[in-house]
Each structure stands twice: as C-alpha cells, then as structure tokens.
Design a protein around this ligand. Structure first.
Ligand code: CMP
Length: 152
C-alpha cells in the first residue's frame, strides 16, 4: 500500500535550479530506496505569519525565530510524495536533522550532502500519517488526503 508524505526543499536549495533538478532526479530514481512519485509540486513564498503557523509547535524553542527567518528568506518547494512507506523512506533519504550528524552517521543522505547548519538543514519530511495529512493540506488544500487514502 502506498503512503503520502510532505517534503520541503528549503530556500537555500531553491537558489540554485541545477541543485533542484539533481535532487528531483534522485527522489524519482527507480531503485529500492528512492522511487517516489511526485503527486504535487508547488513553489512557495512565505510571509512571516505563514512560517509561524506551519511551525506553531516549535514556537518558544530557541531556534524558532531563526527557523522562521530561514523559511521566509526566499522561495522553496513543497512536494507531495507517494510510495510504499513514504514517510519512513523519505526521512531515511534526507537523514538526521543536523547535517554534521548526518555527515558522520548517514553519509550520502540529502542533508549530509546539502545541509548547511542545524537550522538551515535544506529538507523537511512529515513524521507521521497524521502530520502528513495536516502538512499536505496546509500547502495543497485542494488535495483530499483521506479520499486519496481510501482509493489507494
Ligand atoms: P524541520 O524538519 O523542517 O522541522 C523543524 C525545523 O527546525 C528543522 O527542520 C530545523 O530546520 C529546525 N531545527 C530543529 N531542531 C533544531 C535545532 N536544535 N537547532 C536549530 N534548528 C533546529
């Protein structure tokens, strides 16, 4: 059974169109650990209040202002990805939150290759079915996640 997840390719990546096409090629490459189907793709430009709404659960954390500043620094890409175990497999492909940890423990993951700092970590992935639905419908309100799951 296929599953949906929300992926973000954050603003530092979108400064370079070549980087984005390389990453998209890797995401959709037909092998065991990639092979994601891109169901939706949209370029997003956030205002401060959009970042604060999406990351509401992090309000009050020491990195919250930094995170919102980063995510409003330029356009980024929101993708809806589908495959078997999409949530787990996408998080495996991007690697740990902190790029330096990724370089040590998970070489060749996307954050180990592209991530800059703990905040500017270049990628996001939903962490559960419930958050995937919320995050997908945040960016793609026209996509009915429950209906997609029923027909899958
Ligand atoms: P993301 O997976 O999009 O979810 C929350 C974001 O907050 C995370 O990626 C990072 O960009 C940022 N973040 C999480 N933990 C830290 C941290 N310890 N220090 C700085 N930024 C963080």
């Amino acid at each position: 059974r296929r599953q949906l997840t929300l992926a973000l390719l954050k603003p530092d990546l979108c400064a370079n169109p070549n980087t984005i096409s390389k990453i998209i090629s890797r995401i959709t490459a037909t092998n065991q650990h990639n092979n994601f189907e891109i169901i939706r793709q949209r370029e997003i430009l956030w205002r401060q209040q959009d970042a604060e709404a999406f990351y509401a659960e992090h309000r009050g954390r020491f990195f919250f202002e930094r995170l919102c500043g980063y995510m409003t620094s330029g356009p980024f890409m929101a993708l809806v990805l589908a495959r078997q175990d999409a949530i787990k497999e996408w998080r495996a492909l991007i690697g740990p939150t902190h790029p330096w940890r990724a370089r040590i423990n998970a070489p060749n993951t996307l954050r180990s290759l592209y991530g800059l700092t703990d905040t500017r970590n270049s990628f996001h992935g939903s962490d559960s079915d419930e958050t995937a639905k919320r995050e997908i419908e945040f960016f793609f309100p026209e996509l009915d996640v429950d209906a997609w799951r029923r027909q899958e």
